[in-house]
Design a protein around this ligand. Structure first.
Ligand code: FES
Length: 616
């Protein structure tokens, strides 16, 4: 049960949950305290640098930033004392002095002006600092106008701590201190990935989406409505709010959904212009008579009317239905097939297959997901008995170890990748990336394993083997949750019914005693033994593989007939297999001799005919 803290806020007895700040308690209870460098959103830690949120605490010599300060039992806090209000007003006046006047501001609707109003500040007593900061229009999607920057550091936290892209930082000292991109490059030339998190966080309009601005670097577009929606790109499921002006999307803002917590990537943030693109078809087109399709012919998407004419929906649908009926009548229902889109909803997918099955009379119906997800669904079904993922991306924060193989989330699912980066950055989770290519996430990885392309199955089998044979798995956990785990029998035992040894490609007679046992061999002995095994036992294994499989089947072990009937192939040279499995990489050096046997087995089955590699 979480602990509550009782304290007094503006003369009222209130309660705070453990970890809540004074500002959060005040907000929950309906008291507005100005704030600038604090962003009340998931992933943003309070920084306490602007001092716009000061409150007075009885008995304390100095005022405290309410965005950072947590109450203690019996504390007496005043957010409305003259001293606190004067302090907040002073801060606002100082910041206001360096801003362009609101009517000339880059964004007169920026959060800064709302907070100044909340603090009751419209003008400043202080002279403006002489600044000549040139605008930076170098980025195609964002505009940078640092004359409006108050150095609250929100963009730095957005870039470094929320999205973990490490592009924005503070540089130089004293009066020259400023926000920089990389090594003070322009934003367009920096390594910015255009997630737009900084734009969403900036409270002054120093960073803004280009779609809202004119050439004079001022806001030119004010949306007339907002529409909550879901990002149409990848499958992460980021929630987004579209800002719409005259029925045209002009801006996209991340919304606090379970999958994204306000974050978006470049696609969701800036990739909405296709909706209003002039090439987009919004009316049905019917091919002109006499304009038959030809391989050498091409249609200009800006002017398709050289080949097509506009038609009503009724005419177009009738034409399509007639064409499909003609094919069915002439060639039978099996001449027709339907291929659905992953962009459709479940209901649309259902209707589509209904059309194909009952309308076309054909069972030739499929879905584009088959192309990219069939293998992962099959693996998940076999391993977890469910084709769906078992945890949200945010659960990366609860992990101690994350391994990525066969994926490049920073490119394909950038918002999901941010949660992985958060886990590494905040909790020092160990991240291992197994990928033949270096990917941008590798920068955050504890180890990057650049295995030979095509040897991923051998690699995974090797790791699985080590995990099981060296007792690195939680047997009690497995017994509780997994099928076919023999009770009272060690998973490390060669006759384990888990079946992992089968998948790992290791024959039972190859298994040695558990590490620590008196008969256990040290790594260099394993090397020798593995070589001996490799050279001397190939023939034996080839001869006995089929009989052994059948024997296992008779004894009720988990081997299936397909395994029992498997014919073993000749084993390639030892060094080739090590290379295939990436075992020559330093981090595998301690385990390669443990796993060499199963690498042999796996490589033999999965990598037939791979080219030889010369090993120096
Ligand atoms: Fe609290 Fe800036 S909002 S110090």
């Amino acid at each position: 049960m979480s602990e509550t803290i009782r304290f007094s806020l503006d003369g009222h007895e209130v309660e705070a949950q453990a970890g809540e700040t004074i500002w959060q308690v005040a907000k929950r209870l309906g008291t507005s305290i100005p704030h600038l460098c604090h962003r009340d959103a998931h992933g943003y830690r309070p920084d306490g640098n602007c001092r716009a949120c000061m409150v007075e605490i009885k008995g304390e010599r100095v005022l405290a930033p309410s965005c950072r300060r947590e109450p203690t039992a019996g504390m007496e806090v005043s957010s409305q004392s003259t001293r606190a209000e004067k302090s907040r007003t002073l801060v606002m006046e100082l910041l206001l002095a360096d801003q362009p006047a609101q009517e000339n501001a880059h964004d007169p609707q920026a959060e800064f002006w709302k907070q100044a109003d909340l603090a009751g500040v419209q003008t400043s007593r202080f002279p403006a600092k002489q600044k000549s900061v040139a605008p930076d229009p170098s980025h195609p999607a964002m505009r940078v106008n640092l004359d409006a920057c108050i150095q609250c550091g929100l963009c730095v936290r957005a870039c470094r701590e929320v999205q973990v892209n490490d592009v924005i930082g503070m540089a130089y000292r004293h009066d020259a201190a400023k926000i920089v991109f990389d090594f003070d490059d322009t934003m367009g030339q920096s390594t910015c990935v255009a997630c737009g998190e900084c734009v969403q966080a900036c409270p002054t309009g120093a960073l803004m989406p280009a779609s809202l601005m004119d050439d004079t670097q001022k806001r030119a577009v004010t949306p007339d409505r907002q529409v909550d929606s879901l990002c149409p790109y990848c499958g992460v499921g980021c929630q987004v709010t579209y800002e719409v002006k005259d029925d045209k999307i002009v801006n996209a803002v991340g919304r606090d959904g379970p999958a994204n917590h306000n974050r978006l990537c470049v696609k969701g943030r800036f990739g909405f212009d296709y909706i209003a693109h002039p090439h987009r078809l919004t009316k049905p087109l019917v091919r002109l008579d006499g304009k038959a399709k030809h391989a050498d012919d091409s249609v200009d998407p800006a002017n398709p009317f050289t080949h097509f004419r506009e038609a009503s929906w009724e005419e177009a649908l009738d034409l399509a239905a007639r064409g499909l009926k003609d094919i069915r009548a002439a060639q039978g229902p099996r001449a027709l097939a339907g291929f659905g889109s992953a962009k459709g909803s479940n209901e649309e997918a259902y209707l589509f297959q209904k059309l194909v099955r009952t309308g076309f009379g054909s069972n030739n119906v499929d879905h584009c997901t088959r192309l990219c997800h069939a293998s992962s669904v099959a693996a998940l079904m076999e391993g977890l008995s469910s084709g769906a993922v078992s945890a949200p991306f945010e659960a990366a924060r609860d992990a101690d170890f994350i391994m990525i193989i066969g994926a490049n989330p920073a490119v394909n699912h950038p918002v999901a990748a941010t949660f992985i980066k958060n886990a590494v950055r905040e909790r020092h989770v160990k991240l291992v990336i197994a990928d033949p290519r270096h990917q941008s996430l590798s920068r955050h990885a504890w180890k990057h394993l650049a295995f030979r392309p095509g040897s991923d199955v051998a690699l995974l089998n090797a790791m699985l083997h080590v995990v099981v044979t060296e007792g690195l798995c939680d047997e009690a956990f497995l017994r509780e949750r997994a099928d076919h785990v023999a009770v009272g029998e060690s998973l490390r035992h060669p006759s384990s019914r888990l079946g992992v040894h089968r998948r790992a490609g290791v024959e039972r007679h190859r298994r040695g005693p558990a590490p620590g046992h008196a008969d256990a061999v040290v790594p260099h002995q394993r090397q020798h033994r593995a070589n001996v095994d490799h050279v001397g036992q190939v023939g034996q294994r080839q001869r006995s593989g089929r009989q052994q499989g059948r024997r296992h089947l008779r004894q009720g072990r988990v081997l299936r007939p397909a395994d029992a009937d498997r014919t073993l192939e000749p084993v390639p040279a030892l060094d080739q297999q090590l290379f295939h499995a990436g075992a020559s990489r330093p981090w595998l050096s301690t385990m390669k001799w443990y796993t060499i046997g199963l690498v042999n087995g796996a490589a033999r089955r999965r990598l037939p005919g791979r080219p030889s590699r010369e090993v120096a």
